[in-house]
Design a protein around this ligand. Structure first.
Ligand SMILES: Cc1cc2nc3c(=O)[nH]c(=O)nc-3n(C[C@H](O)[C@H](O)[C@H](O)COP(=O)(O)OP(=O)(O)OC[C@H]3O[C@@H](n4cnc5c(N)ncnc54)[C@H](O)[C@@H]3O)c2cc1C
Length: 492
């Protein structure tokens, strides 16, 4: 039976696919505009990857205005114009200016919305505290993304939106080129046809689908070897539905990648130690970059993604373990590993990881190499060369700054198994400034929208950590803009 001849099980003005920040924002705006709205969520719980977000970007927000200047000498809060220029410059003008405008014009409203919902902002800063190029856009809410998603869910429910969890959308219903609904599956596996005048794809991209990452990203050979530190249900369903409707794509292979210790979480202290600018080698037992790149997780993710099997070993000695535990981290990774935080679980974690073969420990570099399976001669030469650079305070190979040159000389020595990890994809379905999905002639497909990490237009080839909180800021802003456009279209 074709989808159009299935009986209609329910009917709404708008169906939103996905219940993260973008889906809930779209649903709230549409419901506040007087439309009937349903959210379909694949998982038993709502929230998606948005619950992991720490901060959100905004320009000229009430929080920035109230603070006046950031809590850092010489720093300033960026204007919308500076934000606009940074997105277009960073992407080498591959970003879509209409989408960039959505971001710079609409993110401040997110801060006001959450403030009205009882959220307070502890900080408006940068992500890593030590990244000189970052703009001061990172609004850090009390309770972080998890708390924001809770209060947004309540607002959405209060606005009358119906939410169906464990109900994945499967296909769009398309009649005469226009979207007229969705085919979904309920929690009992029953096929449902839900009629709608508009459908918003808010399903978070394809970051958790290694086949699609391999197909579209610039690292097809290592995609399957990467480590998924946050398993999600973002498997590219929205992209498949958009393609079904004849959508164009843009910057498809852009993914947000970070370094993480294999089989560990981003909050783990052994992962945090391996993500510091310590000595990194790949499977050839040689260095491959200035580990200073760790200051931007997106760039260190890129650097690791192109190593054989997307695998890196962070080599540290006992003195560095003690330094990280007692004096704290040299660089930050947001709230996962705060700047200068003491990694006080590090020794216990390393001991446990070594015991189960997730990390390695030895009294000599030669033995460490054998434990890991690296060439002992090459690793010994690499460490000797690195230690000479540390002694001199100069790194002739990669020019790593002297402050990050910590020798590997005090036994025992450790190797932490690091990997490039895809957090989310952030390129994909081509949209216009109303978040309408467009075809190859840039003509909107009637009734179809894509928001959040399903929509492309903000990025070139790499996630923009110069403007921290970009993904989350965009998810909220794009959702609202799409929801309002549906209201304007359906209500004339
Ligand atoms: C660990 C981690 C930390 C992060 N931290 C930050 C941060 O601090 N700042 C920042 O800006 N960004 C951060 N991000 C990026 C984050 O993904 C974005 O901020 C953003 O919130 C994504 O929102 P979204 O609505 O597009 O997708 P999501 O929040 O992922 O929501 C997508 C939803 O769609 C559902 N779905 C998928 N397929 C279907 C289907 N077929 N039918 C129904 N539902 C479906 C999923 O289950 C999911 O609930 C982080 C990501 C990760 C993984």
């Amino acid at each position: 039976m074709s989808d159009t001849s299935l009986p209609i099980d329910a009917e709404y003005d708008v169906v939103v696919i996905g219940s993260g920040a973008s889906g809930k924002s779209a649903a709230l705006a549409a419901a506040q505009g007087g439309l009937t709205v349903a959210i379909l969520e694949k998982l038993p719980e709502t929230g998606g990857t948005s619950v992991y977000a720490e901060g959100t970007a905004a320009f000229e927000s009430s929080e920035q205005k109230a603070r006046g200047v950031p809590d850092a000498p010489g720093a300033h809060f960026p204007t919308k114009e500076e934000g606009f220029r940074r997105y277009t410059d960073y992407s080498h003008h591959r970003a879509n200016p209409d989408v960039v405008r959505v971001q710079v014009e609409n993110t401040a409203e997110t801060i006001d919305l959450y403030t009205s919902l009882g959220i307070t902002y502890t900080d408006v800063s940068i992500y890593a505290y030590d990244q000189p190029y970052e703009l001061y856009t990172f609004h850090r809410p009390e309770g972080l993304g998890a708390r924001c998603q809770e209060v947004l869910l309540t607002a959405v429910e209060d606005a009358g939106v119906e939410i169906f969890t464990s109900t994945p959308a499967k296909r769009l219903v398309i009649e005469d080129g226009a979207i007229t609904g969705v085919v979904a599956e309920d929690s009992d596996g029953k096929t449902l046809r839900i009629a709608a005048k508009a459908v918003v794809l808010a399903s978070g991209g394809f970051g958790n689908n290694p086949d699609l990452v391999a197909k579209y990203s610039w690292f097809p050979r290592t995609a399957h070897a990467m480590y998924q530190c946050v398993p999600t249900a973002n498997t590219g369903d929205g992209l498949a539905m958009a393609l079904q409707a004849g959508a164009d794509t843009e910057a498809l292979g852009t993914v947000m990648i970070a370094a993480c210790a294999r089989e560990k979480m981003l909050t783990s202290h052994s992962s945090g130690a391996g993500s510091q600018p310590v000595l990194w080698v790949n499977k050839t037992a040689r260095r491959f970059a200035s580990e200073e790149v760790a200051m931007s997780f997106a760039d260190s993710g890129n650097t690791m993604a192109k190593q054989p099997d997307a695998t890196v070993y962070a080599i540290i000695d006992q003195a560095t373990v003690t330094h990280l535990m007692v004096e704290g981290s040299d660089i930050g990774l947001g709230d996962f590993i705060p700047f200068h935080a003491k990694l006080d679980h590090l020794q216990a974690e390393l001991d446990e990881d070594v015991a189960i073969g997730r990390a390695w420990k030895a009294d000599t570099i030669d033995d460490l190499a054998r434990e890991v399976g690296l060439d002992p001669e090459v690793l010994t030469a690499t460490v000797e060369e690195y230690n000479t650079a540390c002694d001199k305070g100069e790194d002739p190979l990669f020019f790593k700054p002297a402050r990050f040159l910590r020798p590997v000389s005090t036994a025992p020595f450790y190797a932490i198994n690091m990997a490039a990890s895809v957090l989310v994809s952030c390129g994909g379905i081509r949209v216009n400034g109303n978040l309408q999905v467009v075809d190859r002639d840039y003509t909107p497909i009637p009734g179809l929208y894509a928001v959040g990490m399903e929509a492309s237009g903000l990025f070139g080839d790499t996630y923009n950590l110069d403007v921290p909180g970009t993904a989350n800021g965009f998810s909220h802003a794009s959702g609202r803009v799409a929801g309002r456009h549906v209201v304007a279209t359906l209500k004339g």
